[in-house]
Design a protein around this ligand. Structure first.
Ligand SMILES: [Zn+2]
Length: 326
């Protein structure tokens, strides 16, 4: 009897449209149909017709997105004009709806493979969600984006270890954690302009001075942007601080120069450092025997020694001059 039953032709599928959703644990029922809530089409199987998903939202739907593949492709097309022809935003919107990750690399790659195909469909197959062990849901994308913001890093080390953080780690060390990427750009830009204007900091104190000016500048900029109260007072204190800082930096520069002048060797080293050393060495006369040691050896050691050994009577050049006049 059992063998006979197996040979029996399957009965046509019956769809009970009045059926209420079952509260029992969801499971695959062989003779059921899978109805797309958007287009209403009824499919006899999910595989191939619906995209696999790792979202907990679709766990009870055998791990498939509830909207059929065709509808997901159409949703993308519909959203392109909605976002003023911006495909990236249209894709992001569809990803939010079907709880799918936004993978910028796979999305960029989908442009090539989707020449004659819907780009969203190309993107989803490129992601290969079933095989992928990486981020897969839109929530994963939100977490990654949150962690990619420097301001959310708990430690400098954490910021350094995160490949998604693009801000230079030295800049983060200089200004500390807690700023946005744009803030770091402003702070470092200001710092660089002070280095251009007043030179690289010669010590920790000058470095701290530059950093403080950068904080004040950012604070002032943000206050102006947000039309915060007390901008005038802030601008005045910023101005006063700049004036005091500039005076101090210049005084320190002058003091350092005065110290240099007291030390001839220091001046020589500074000259070499400030100018291209090669140029100095090209002009041999500048530093050739600058301490006259060579001349001294020639006049007062080698000359008498030569006279002693050879019996010659070569005079020192000071006396030689009068001799040549004869
Ligand atoms: Zn559909």
């Amino acid at each position: 009897m059992a063998a006979k039953k197996q040979l029996k032709k399957p009965a046509p599928l019956k769809v009970n449209k009045d059926a209420k959703p079952s509260e029992a644990e969801p499971r695959v029922v062989e003779d059921r149909v899978y109805r797309c809530p958007r287009c209403g089409h009824e499919y006899t199987k999910q595989e191939g017709n619906f995209s696999p998903s790792k979202s907990p939202l679709f766990k009870g739907n055998n791990g498939y997105v509830v909207y059929c593949r065709k509808c997901v492709a159409e949703m993308f097309e519909e959203n392109i004009p909605f976002f003023d022809k911006d495909e990236d935003s249209a894709m992001e919107r569809v990803c939010q709806i079907i709880d799918l990750c936004v993978d910028e690399t796979a999305w960029a790659a989908s442009r090539k493979i989707s020449a004659n195909r819907n780009r969203m469909s190309g993107y989803i197959s490129k992601l290969n969600i079933k095989q992928s062990s990486k981020e897969s849901t839109y929530s994963d994308t939100l977490i990654r984006r949150f962690e990619a913001e420097v301001e959310n890093a708990a430690t400098v080390q954490e910021a350094e270890d995160n490949d998604d953080i693009t801000t230079n780690i030295e800049v983060i060390r200089r200004f500390g954690l807690g700023f946005s990427d744009g803030d770091y750009d402003t702070l470092q830009g200001e710092y660089d302009s002070w280095v251009d204007r007043c030179g690289a900091p010669v010590d920790k104190r000058q470095d701290e001075l530059y950093v403080s000016i950068c904080y004040l500048k950012l604070n002032l900029q943000n206050s102006v942007k947000n039309s915060a109260a007390g901008v005038g007072a802030l601008a005045n204190s910023y101005k006063a601080f700049i004036e005091a800082a500039t005076t101090e930096i210049e005084d320190r520069k002058k003091k350092a120069e005065a110290e240099m002048q007291l030390s001839p060797l220091g001046v020589m080293i500074r000259d070499i450092e400030e100018h291209c050393p090669a140029d100095f060495y090209k002009d041999k006369a500048i530093y050739a025997d600058y301490d006259h040691l060579k001349e001294y050896i020639q006049r007062f050691m080698l000359r008498p020694l030569n006279n002693l050994l050879t019996g010659s009577k070569e005079m020192d050049k000071e006396f030689n001059l009068s001799g040549s006049e004869e």
